[in-house]
Design a protein around this ligand. Structure first.
Ligand SMILES: NC(=O)c1ccc[n+]([C@@H]2O[C@H](COP(=O)([O-])OP(=O)(O)OC[C@H]3O[C@@H](n4cnc5c(N)ncnc54)[C@H](OP(=O)(O)O)[C@@H]3O)[C@@H](O)[C@H]2O)c1
Length: 272
């Protein structure tokens, strides 16, 4: 059985428009949802992919479909599906059949947690590399024919810690994002001139959810704000703005835009 299902409101193939179609992985909430909303404001049709956050995804699609009928769909899937070629193929078909095409693929889904040295486990490696490196590569490969047909593009959500400034105690996450960063540059070469591939590297653009095990207390939050030249935590919309710039930048490929309020300028690596 496939690990995913389609779930959308009032989708009628008779009403398909010519608007570009964007798929954002892990986009029920937070940065992914901001990208979806921004693309929808620009008139795109959007596919909200989620795994556990089905209620938020459905609510978002309902809101967007009220603004423009048949413009938003939800697809539920655990990205472990990339480990099975047949399931990956079924997922690819489900995405394409949703609106009949795919123009923009955004790799946003991610797992993020510390892996202190001495306690790193295979399951952590598998999970952190799956979401932050392997799935982006195999999804990019699977969707290439469809993106090529549209002269489309791929945009990856990376991290300022993926580039010479590793985050202390997060070795596996840092390594996975670094692999993803290299994927952007490799695929930009391998997919040119048909498909452009770029990345956006956030700094601290939305804090971990307050009820999560990654939540930060007010002292930790103030410490972060003090380290950011722009003197504020970024907003998901700041990332969405750069993603949409890259969608429209027809002569830009293989580039990574840092969107961190200047934080990477102050990082010495380690605990900063
Ligand atoms: N937040 C920041 O300030 C920041 C900083 C640096 C980099 N980034 C990068 O920017 C992107 C967005 O950040 P974020 O904080 O908004 O992301 P996030 O909330 O940590 O994760 C986004 C979504 O990824 C999905 N996901 C995780 N594992 C999955 C799996 N196995 N299968 C399917 N979906 C899975 C989850 O979907 P469900 O909830 O539906 O399960 C989750 O909602 C990420 O790539 C992140 O690494 C963010």
């Amino acid at each position: 059985m496939p690990h995913f299902k389609q779930n959308f409101r009032n989708l009628s193939y008779a009403n398909i428009t010519t608007a570009p179609v964007m798929l954002v992985t892990g986009s029920a909430k937070r940065i992914g949802a901001a990208i979806i909303k921004r693309a929808h404001e620009k008139g795109y049709r959007v596919i909200i992919h989620c795994h556990h956050s089905q209620q938020q995804a459905k609510a978002l699609a309902t809101t967007l479909n009220k603004k423009r009928d048949n413009s938003a769909a939800v697809i539920v899937a655990d990205l472990t599906l990339v480990n099975d070629s047949q399931t990956l193929s079924q997922f690819t078909q489900t995405v394409i059949e949703t609106f009949g095409q795919l123009d923009i693929l955004v790799h946003n889904a991610s797992r993020f947690y510390p892996t202190p040295i001495g306690g790193i486990e295979n399951t952590q490696w598998d999970e952190l590399f799956l979401t932050n490196a392997k799935a982006p590569l195999l999804l990019s490969q699977a969707f290439l024919p469809y993106l090529k047909a549209q002269q489309g593009c791929i945009i990856s959500l990376l991290d300022i810690h993926a580039d010479n400034k590793p985050f202390s105690n997060y070795a596996v996450y840092n390594m996975a994002k670094a692999a993803h960063r290299t994927m952007v540059q490799s695929l930009a070469l391998d997919m040119a001139p048909h498909v452009r591939v770029n990345g956006v590297a956030p700094g601290v653009n939305i804090l971990p959810e307050a009820d999560s095990d990654q939540a930060l207390d007010s002292t930790q939050q103030q410490y972060i704000v003090d380290s950011i030249p722009m003197q504020r935590i970024g907003a998901p919309e700041d990332i969405a703005h750069s993603v949409l710039y890259l969608v429209e930048a027809s002569y830009v490929t293989g580039q990574i835009i840092t969107v961190d309020g200047g934080r990477s300028l102050t990082l010495a690596g380690g605990y900063n």
